[in-house]
Design a protein around this ligand. Structure first.
Ligand SMILES: [Zn+2]
Ligand SMILES: [Zn+2]
Length: 140
């Protein structure tokens, strides 16, 4: 039996454990995920609704259900704004932000979804000609 995975928000007030199995791992490039993450895409794992055990800070979490959307929801720490696990509106699935896990994610992303909606600079960002630095580049 795989071990539970630990996760937390940036400030550490929200901590949780996720019980495997993880059913899906999608990188979502839709415009809603771009806006809500401030980045190129969301990285979301999916598990059963009861897979989560809140260790602390559940009451510090807030939920936002996008009014014009059927499914789009976001849950976040009210102290630091980090995404935290979020139950689907129909209650059938738990979304877990992959970057919130402090344990290694035991599976690879299975796909990029909403690929046609990806931001203009994504292909350039992942192109090998875009330099990689271990930390901040020298200000030199
Ligand atoms: Zn926080
Ligand atoms: Zn999305």
């Amino acid at each position: 039996m795989a071990e539970a995975l630990n996760g937390q928000c940036l400030c550490g007030q929200v901590r949780y454990r996720i019980k495997p199995p993880l059913h899906q791992f999608h990188l979502c490039h839709c415009s809603r995920c771009q806006r809500s993450t401030g980045s190129a895409h969301a990285a979301n794992l999916f598990a059963d609704p009861d897979a989560i055990e809140w260790l602390q800070g559940e009451t510090a979490c807030r939920r936002f259900d996008l009014p014009e959307a059927r499914f789009f929801s976001r849950c976040f720490c009210t102290h630091c704004g980090s995404p935290v696990p979020c139950l689907a509106r129909n209650g059938k699935l738990l979304t877990i932000p992959a970057g919130g896990l402090t344990d290694p994610v035991p599976c690879a992303p299975q796909d990029h979804i909403f690929w046609e909606d990806r931001c203009d600079w994504y292909d350039q960002a992942v192109d090998e000609s875009c330099p990689r630095f271990a930390i901040y580049p020298d200000q030199g």
